[in-house]
Design a protein around this ligand. Structure first.
Ligand code: UDP
Ligand code: MG
Length: 317
């Protein structure tokens, strides 16, 4: 019998926790051919989240919980959950019922059939979100997909069900600054995208302020792209070209009209040119730095999806 681990990061979720648990219980009852474990990660909540979790875990042996010493962020919560999960399949869900548990049976079928390694979800609308926030979110996805080779899908939620191989691949990424949306894309594997219309939070408030989201997006760009490090090289090259054009312009002007302020054009051209050379220099340093940066991340060089060994024991039976 397969075991599905459900990871639920919770930060101040006292209003919705029991609602979520009851909804989950319904789905668990429906899917009687699989075993479940619910791993709640309390991310340093300041309300009654932890005491609710303690009670739940005493009452129901499916429930496990991990409680952090302070708020470390959702990324840390997801990592702790993934490390603790023992399941053959692992799903990540929000506690606020924005990720409908009713999708789980379909997701499980898709992954179990072996056709896909992962069933992920994407919301098609951003209804119920401030327009400015949607605008910046769209811009962010456009920019990061240009700058990075990890495929980062607009509107993708963290709600996904993965096979054990994919979870192990994600855990093999040891980097400290974790940007899961990028990591999920980076490890590859065959992903089926399920789409659904955005559901609003069942109760409680969103934990993401605009500023927090902005910082998160910057983290995403820095974790999955080194382009900003050598942008200055490109700028330097452009500035050098400008200096060259300026020099030609002043030379021709001096030939035709004479040179009323002697030395002035020379100084301008030299200044612009040197500015460009310095920018190129900074960009070169950036290129080396980007290599060092990637080396220190110590990411796996490749990830194997299957080999003939995966089929051995089934053929011997
Ligand atoms: N969360 C967390 N730590 C944090 C912020 C959020 O574990 O520092 C959890 C939160 O409890 C919820 C999920 O991450 O289960 C998503 O948070 P939220 O619903 O506030 O984000 P939104 O759905 O508005 O993007
Ligand atoms: Mg939410």
């Amino acid at each position: 019998m397969d075991l599905i681990s459900i990871i639920v990061p919770c930060y101040n979720e006292q209003e919705v926790l029991l609602k979520f648990y009851n909804e989950m219980k319904k789905v668990i009852k429906e899917m009687s051919d699989v075993k479940f474990e619910l791993i709640f990660v309390d991310d340093g909540s300041k309300d009654k989240t932890l005491s609710i979790l303690k009670k739940l875990s005493q009452k129901d042996k499916l429930v496990r919980f991990i409680s952090f010493s302070r708020n470390f962020g959702k990324e840390a919560g997801m990592l702790a959950g993934l490390r603790a999960a023992k399941g053959d399949y692992v799903a990540i869900m929000d506690a606020d019922l924005q990720d409908p548990p009713s999708l789980l049976p379909e997701m499980y079928e898709l992954v179990r059939s072996g056709e896909y390694d992962c069933a992920a979800t994407r919301r098609t609308t951003r209804k119920g979100e401030p327009p400015i926030r949607s605008f910046f979110a769209r811009m962010f996805y456009r920019v990061i997909n240009k700058m990075s080779d990890a495929d980062i899908v607009d509107g993708a939620r963290d709600f996904r069900l993965m096979c054990r191989k994919m979870v192990d691949a994600i855990l093999s990424m040891q980097e400290y600054n974790r940007f899961s949306k990028g990591i999920f894309g980076w490890v590859g594997f065959r992903t089926k995208w399920l789409e659904y219309v955005n559901v609003e939070r069942a109760a409680g408030e969103t934990k993401w302020s605009f500023w927090k989201l902005f910082k998160y997006s910057m983290e995403g760009i820095m974790a999955f792209s080194t382009t900003p490090l050598y942008v200055s090289s490109i700028m330097g090259f452009i500035v050098c070209m400008i200096a060259f054009v300026l020099a030609c312009f002043y030379a021709i002007k001096a030939l035709i009209f004479g040179d009323p302020t002697a030395g002035f054009p020379t100084i301008i051209c030299i200044m612009v040119f040197l500015g460009g050379v310095q920018l190129i220099g900074i960009g070169v340093v950036g290129m080396y730095l980007s290599k060092t940066y990637l080396e220190t991340k110590n990411r796996p060089i490749y990830i194997v999806r299957e080999t003939e060994e995966d089929y051995k024991d089934t053929s011997e039976e």
